[in-house]
Ligand binder design. Structure first.
Ligand code: KIV
Length: 273
């Protein structure tokens, strides 16, 4: 079948993904928050695993990404790092762990790197958080930026709709992307913006642009693994391609287990000592 399974286990680094952009090779990125899922995602040959603060929604059932804490992110990231042999592991700095000032941002990033063993951190925002990004970079910690629909600002936006359709917001996003590159970010996620803007930014910078709802003309794509596997079902953005319907498959399997236990069919003569 696919050749992804036979990908050699040479570790992906921030240099690797920058080299991939130079070669014109697309970069694949997915989320993981736990050991078992990270093992499968890594074995399948993904380039970057994001321990996203979407764990707040997916793992904890919160409505937004705001409640997840730094300690919880470190717990998720440590579990992922223990599973991963090849992928680059990037961890979101959660809401409230970097917006205070650059010292707070650096301390949070250092805790993530020290306590989880991850390889890089991701922060949401542009010029507003540039001092924090500079300080984290000055400690030798690679930083991935995140522009466009930045879910930690959902109460400012008021809605999860497409961002940067208006000229002023698009111009700011473009300038922010140039600034993040110039400051030293190794890559940027662009979330839910017009495809033309995604293309314009990807062409303007040398660092890889990873899109989620940013069209095909960026350097790579990221999705939330639980969404693309159909483990979640309430969420239907246009950018989401579902590869499985695991919600249905898993509930069917569990219903069958309930039937088997109640009927006495499980365990059978081969499933006992
Ligand atoms: O937290 C997350 O999963 C993310 C991706 C959607 C890019 O930031």
């Amino acid at each position: 079948m696919s050749t992804a399974q036979s990908t050699p286990e040479k570790k992906v680094t921030t240099n690797t993904v920058q080299e991939m952009k130079r070669r014109g090779e697309k970069i694949s990125m997915l989320t993981a928050y736990d050991y078992t899922m990270a093992k499968m995602v890594d074995a399948a040959g993904i380039d970057i695993i994001l321990v996203g603060d979407s764990a707040s929604n997916v793992m904890a059932g919160h409505e937004t990404t705001l409640p997840i804490t730094l300690d919880q992110m470190i717990y998720h990231a440590s579990s992922v790092v223990r599973a991963v042999k090849r992928a680059l592991v990037v961890v979101d700095l959660p809401f409230g762990s970097y917006q205070g000032d650059s010292k707070q941002a650096l301390n949070s990033a250092i805790r993530i790197m020290k306590e989880s063993g991850a390889h890089a951190v991701k922060l949401e925002g542009g010029v507003e958080i540039i001092d924090s990004i500079k300080r984290i970079l000055s400690a030798g910690i690679p930083v991935m930026g995140h522009l466009g629909l930045t879910p930690q600002s959902i109460y400012k936006f008021g809605t999860y709709t497409v961002r940067a359709r208006e000229e002023a917001e698009a111009a700011k996003l473009y300038e922010d992307a140039l600034l993040l590159e110039q400051t030293g970010c190794f890559s940027i996620v662009l979330e839910k913006i017009p495809s033309e803007l995604g293309k314009k930014v990807a062409r303007a910078v040398k660092i890889p642009i990873i899109g989620i709802g940013a069209g095909p003309d960026v350097d790579g794509q990221v999705l939330v693994t639980h969404d693309m596997l159909g483990m979640t079902y309430q969420f239907h953005p246009r950018f989401l391609r579902r590869y499985l319907n695991l919600y249905q498959e898993i509930t069917n399997a569990i219903s069958q287990y309930v039937v088997d236990v109640k009927s006495g069919d499980f365990p059978n003569e081969h499933e006992r000592y």
